[in-house]
Design a protein around this ligand. Sequence first.
Ligand SMILES: [Zn+2]
Length: 79
Amino acid sequence: MPIYDYRCSECGQTSELLVRTSAVPACPACGSQRLDKLVAATAPQARTPGIVSRARAQAAKEGHFSNYNSAERRRIRSR
Ligand SMILES: [Zn+2]
């Protein structure tokens, strides 16, 4: 099972969470499920458009959707 970094939209807590495929992770600090998945490995280098678009493509492949708007998320998830 993969481990991802999440930032809570409610309290701002950043947490490393083990994610089961079908589970929605919750913030360990406040219990909120409004979590943004952080792309920890690529974020520090995401300064040029080419790197950003590669990071987006890689993120989509891995199931990250925080860089996409809701219409794009629906399209990706329906595949
Ligand atoms: Zn929280």
